[in-house]
Design a protein around this ligand. Structure first.
Ligand code: HEC
Length: 157
């Protein structure tokens, strides 16, 4: 009798241990995202970004995003980029007036914050600086999704 109680306790203990192990480590094997950047990496795939953007080689309809952040850092501090935006003021003053607050938002930030501000605008409407660009709008994304995608994009150094 006592022996069977022991066996039962042992069995229950083993099951509890197994549940605890699955609970603690189960997400490792299945690749469940943990950090905002990991969630962002998954969104990059789910939202179809990966169908146009390779990251470091492979077929890419849009620009390959490997090394994106240093490239953006250079672009966003380059006079030529500002001049490119200003050219819109002459060609399409109405469109320039519409986008001007976005340009202000970007240039009033510095460093990584400027890159993040640029990326948020790029998602909302990629035409704000790629005037004749082909990338679709991602204006439907939630604040959370934008934050997570941004966290992932910022890892592309
Ligand atoms: C249908 C193809 C397509 C999809 C889908 C797409 N892009 Fe793009 N993306 C482009 C193209 C093409 C460009 C170049 C600029 C343009 O034409 O608008 C671009 C530009 C970019 C750039 C700027 C790259 C640079 O060097 O200037 C980033 C960052 C970017 N896309 C991120 C994303 C993210 C994040 C998603 C998903 C939320 C996404 N793209 C979805 C085609 C796409």
């Amino acid at each position: 009798m006592r022996f069977s109680v022991l066996v039962t306790l042992f069995g229950v203990g083993a099951v509890l241990m197994a549940v605890a192990v699955v609970f603690m480590y189960g997400s490792d094997g299945s690749g469940e995202p943990r950090t905002p950047a990991e969630h962002g990496r998954r969104l990059f795939r789910l939202q179809g970004c990966a169908s146009c953007h390779a990251i470091g080689g492979g077929i890419s309809r849009g620009p390959d995003l490997a090394g994106l952040i240093p490239r953006l850092a250079d672009r966003l501090t380059d006079e030529a980029y500002r001049a490119h935006l200003d050219s819109l003021q002459v060609a399409r003053p109405d469109v320039y007036a519409f986008f001007a607050p976005r340009y202000e938002g970007i240039f009033s930030a510095q460093g990584d914050e400027r890159i993040e501000a640029w990326f948020v605008q790029h998602l909302k409407n990629p035409r704000f600086d790629h005037f004749t660009g082909l990338m679709p709008d991602y204006d439907h994304l939630t604040e959370d999704q934008i934050e997570r995608l941004t966290a992932f994009i910022m890892t592309l150094k």
